[in-house]
Design a protein around this ligand. Sequence first.
Ligand code: BG6
Length: 475
Amino acid sequence: MDPYAGKTVETFVNYPTIFVIFGITGDLAGRKLLPALLALFSKKLLPNRFAIVGFSRRTFSREEFRDLIRGNMKIRPGQFKEEDVKHFLDHISYEQGNFDSVPAYSRLAETLRLIDERWGQCSNKLFHLSVPPNLYYGILSNLSSSKLTQPCDDHTGWTRVLIEKPFGNDITTARSIDKFLGKLFKEEQIFRIDHYLAKEALQNIVAFRFQNPIFEPIWQNTYIDRVHIKLMEKDGIEARGSSYELVGALKDMGQNHILQALALVAMNEPRSVKADDIRRERVKVLKALKPISKRDISQSVVRGQYSGYLTEPGVSAHSLTETYFRVKAFVNTSRWKGVPFYLESGKGLAESKTEIDIYFRGKSSAKSEGTGSAGNILTFRILPDEGIKIKFFVKTPGYGFKTEPRTLKFKYSDVPAFNSVPNDYERLIHDAFIGDQTLFASTEEIMASWEFVTSILNNWKDLPLNVYEKGAKEV
Ligand code: BG6
């Protein structure tokens, strides 16, 4: 049987559902979450009966709230029909209250009960936490003690929680959040978001590797010289100064997105495309990452900060928070022994691009790293211009026998069906609705990636912080 067969698109249009958003007026809700819900709505992929209830500390009139949400939503002019936007906004309401106020949760429970009463049916409830991790405890325990997370019965009205990254601050805090979550919820109720896992072109790595058998035999250290995973951004931190200060690039992009990309490149073939099988293979890679010791750190890690970061709003004038990192990592398995994985991410760089380059060994450089000028390169382009390209060599036409590089390219934008793929958050919301956890990080994956990142953080302060110009090509 083909282990890749059978993944179908399921819709959930017949399940009445309420989506509760903690942090609905924040940056993430405006940039990603609400536009994705609007996209699902305009494609008629949301349940016939659905409501979005935001929880917010501030007090607004209904109109003020609606205008604020409309203004915050990052959508392109003409991207959606005005009529769809208007009807979508009609489904959103909010509940005023502080995240730590117990009576506010009773009011929220009452609001949800009234919606169910209007629908004449007990609805499913999805709770999305789009807030800094230090607020998780209060919100989750209040949700649990107000019984908001209890289903109506064994068959109706499931409840699920969607938790954003960063999941903790280091391995210790991640473990304690996880323990706490485990006391309040069952594993199948918890959806830990790493939106990179839901990027179409990243998921394609699994299909590409295991559905094209010509690559599997060469997917190992005899043929691969090195792997370079880059998540580069042109923008700076924009309006996120105060929250970015507490995180920095390594925790913002490294602990999660970059390591998940590495896991997809390095994992063994899963037994099937079921969530448990894929997550099991991803976690094996993350557990095999070689911790970076104090002795190796200066050779293996670079950190930087763009010039001008210190004057961004919300940033301390003496901040040592990094906006860039580069790490040379190794996966301790027989397949990958000796192959460096360069992991690089930063803000304020020359261009925005997310790309994974697999450098194959060149004819003349089988032993030395980095000199494979004649080697083939396979590139997975994740953002923008999703696609795949392979660099190979051909004979230069003419009398002699020289060779020159050429490229074979597949671009999503060249194929109409690849042009309208659901974006990451649309896919995540869809999968959370149908209860598929494949594209969500498991607790074991999160702990394994924190173990690795914590080995860097332990010696982080010994490293110089390189200041680079905004728009730099290299750090
Ligand atoms: C988020 C980070 O997880 O990913 C942001 O917190 C970053 O700092 C963003 O800008 C990048 O996501 P995308 O999907 O725009 O590449």
